[in-house]
Write a protein that binds this ligand. Structure first.
Ligand code: AP5
Ligand code: MG
Length: 215
């Protein structure tokens, strides 16, 4: 199974990706999580990416495509991949098409998780993420078992620097301008399934599984 989770910032891509990786035992390629991991290790790439992320802007395509290129050829990607937050521009989608073709891999589905902008701002203000594995939590909608630590790996939960309201609004604007066109792009390929992203985490998971034909 190879799928892309498409949707605005805060639509719930990361939350659903974590549930799907457990179900299918295939890795998640989240460019956002990869940039944050680089930053926590203090790499040059991480420091460069942070300057864009903190402003709510997209990291340039060349850098983003490069890290996906390196990741996609790893052994654990042979049986399937969940793309979360990649691609985000038409140029990235075209680069991914070329990359998959080279590797003789086909993309099965692109799931677009639809959530209105007003709801997104509420979600982001309550979000924390695991500093170890990147799993997202929410102080109302997805509460961790032990306060402040991750259910999966016990690392500390932290607030993301780009979750300030002003930055979230900027990220939404950029999403509408640069990422939303991917809906038409994948619709034209006959791979797009749109699902309503409003509802409980488990009800959305059911919609995702139905879209994938596994429920
Ligand atoms: P990235 O980390 O990908 O952030 P994003 O796409 O903005 O998405 P989020 O992680 O904010 O949201 P999500 O959809 O994963 O939602 P989540 O499940 O956490 O990217 C960060 C930055 O990196 C970008 O701004 C950019 O600068 C750079 N970048 C990354 N990829 C790039 C690329 N390809 N090209 C260029 N630059 C790139 O859920 C949100 C919250 O809501 C959580 O608290 C969650 O618990 C809660 N929640 C989830 N589901 C529900 C529900 N059903 N009901 C209520 N609450 C819910
Ligand atoms: Mg995410």
């Amino acid at each position: 199974m190879r799928l892309i989770l498409l949707g605005a910032p805060g639509a719930g891509k990361g939350t659903q990706a974590e549930m799907l990786t457990e179900l299918f035992h295939i890795p998640i390629i989240s460019t956002g999580n990869m940039f944050r991991a680089h930053l926590s290790q203090g790499t040059e790439l991480g420091i460069k990416a942070k300057t864009y992320m903190d402003e709510g802007k997209l990291v340039p395509d060349e850098l983003t495509i490069e890290i996906v290129k390196d990741r996609i050829v790893k052994d654990d990607c042979k049986n399937g991949i969940i793309f979360d937050g990649f691609p985000r521009t038409i140029a990235q989608a075209q680069a991914l098409d070329d990359l998959l073709k080279e590797l003789d891999i086909t993309l099965d589905k692109v799931i677009d998780v639809e959530v209105p902008d007003e709801e997104i701002v509420t979600r982001m203000s309550g979000r924390t993420v695991c500093s170890g594995c990147g799993t997202p939590y929410h102080n109302q909608f997805k509460i961790e078992k032990v306060k402040g630590s991750c259910d999966n790996c016990n690392s500390e939960l932290v607030q993301r620097d780009d979750d300030k309201e002003e930055t979230v609004k900027k990220r939404l604007k950029i999403y509408h301008e640069q990422t939303q066109p991917l809906i038409d792009y994948y619709n034209a390929q006959g791979k797009l399934v749109e699902i309503d992203g409003i509802g409980s985490v488990s009800s959305i998971n059911l919609r995702v599984k139905k879209a994938l034909g596994v429920e």
